[in-house]
Write a protein that binds this ligand. Structure first.
Ligand code: PAF
Length: 300
């Protein structure tokens, strides 16, 4: 079994030494266990790579929560249905390694997390929480996410795991899985980050044409207008939702869903009297185009 030296924290400039690259489950587990033996806590940031500033903010948050930070980079085939964008999902392992230099202690970049003979049988499902929103149009997505996150928790054995609330439903499902299945992991949710023009940061944004990118700004514009209206007392979720659908459609987006849901259980809300999340998925560029998600938390 590989032995890892885990002592040594951040350098004086606040930067960490070059991260250890771990390719196998065994190496990953040994590294994590060595950290624990040294009395250090481990914070995990799971990603699918092609890292942007949103991911890096999760990594910085992890560094404030755990003594040692590990970032996993793995495009999880288990959460893509046939015909989805697995093959064209952007990848840049070299760029990811460069972006993570100085920010984390280890990078887990496995070749594969599932056995190659198609024999994977066990999936985690989150019953009600996985059905609405992205679960409606991507029926296997959340079982794939929950399963790979459970695998990562079992391999990395982190004390803390940091997720972005851009994938609000994913964050809720992971929190629930941890509670229901007694994973000894603290799940931290970080607010969504936006580009300067308001577009929610996403690895898929690079695939947008200039025209579609301009159109896609209608999503954050419409969400912001809606949040202002809710803060000024608007309660009629049905009308507000329709205004947002119209704004996105007029900008050239094919709306997959726009929903006003209770922030705790994702149930659709007709009258806004509690904390809600307005969640959006829309595709730009027609069939085979780019599917974007966004959301905004709103309180009456
Ligand atoms: O949010 C993501 O990038 C992925 O869904 C995750 C959590 C890394 C699982 O593959």
């Amino acid at each position: 079994m590989a032995k890892f030296v885990t002592s040594g924290g951040a350098a004086e400039d606040g930067k960490k030494p070059d991260p250890t690259i771990l390719r196998s489950k065994e190496e990953m587990r040994s590294w994590s266990r060595a950290c624990r033996q040294d009395g250090k806590t481990v914070a995990l940031v799971p990603t699918m790579g092609y890292l942007h500033d949103g991911h890096l903010s999760l990594v910085r948050c992890a560094a404030t929560r755990g003594d040692k930070v590990v970032v996993s980079v793995y495009v999880n085939e288990g959460q893509f249905a046939p015909g989805e964008d697995l093959d064209v999902y952007p990848r840049d392992p070299k760029g990811d390694l460069a972006k993570l230099a100085g920010l984390c202690d280890a990078i887990f970049m496995p070749e594969a997390l599932y056995s190659s003979d198609d024999s994977h049988q066990t999936w985690i499902e989150a019953q009600h929480l996985q059905q609405p929103l992205c679960g409606g149009s991507r029926p296997i997505f959340f079982r794939g996410v929950a399963t790979v996150v459970a695998k990562l928790f079992n391999i990395v054995e982190p004390d803390i795991a940091v997720f972005g609330k851009k994938d609000y439903q994913q964050w809720l499902i992971v929190r629930r899985m941890v509670q229901d299945l007694d994973f000894p992991v603290e799940v931290v949710g970080m607010p969504l980050l936006r580009e300067e023009d308001g577009l929610a940061m996403s690895s898929r944004n690079v695939r947008l044409s200039a025209e579609d990118r301009t159109g896609a700004l209608s999503i954050s514009r419409g969400l912001t207008k809606m949040k202002d209206a809710v803060q000024q007392g608007a309660k009629d979720a049905i009308t507000l939702r329709q205004q947002l659908v119209d704004e996105i459609s007029l900008s050239g987006g094919d709306v997959d869903y726009v929903e006003v849901v209770d922030a705790r259980d994702l149930q659709t809300v007709k009258t806004i009297e509690q904390d809600v999340v307005v969640a959006v998925a829309a595709r730009y560029g027609g069939v085979g185009g780019v599917r974007l998600i966004d959301n905004m938390e709103m309180s009456p």
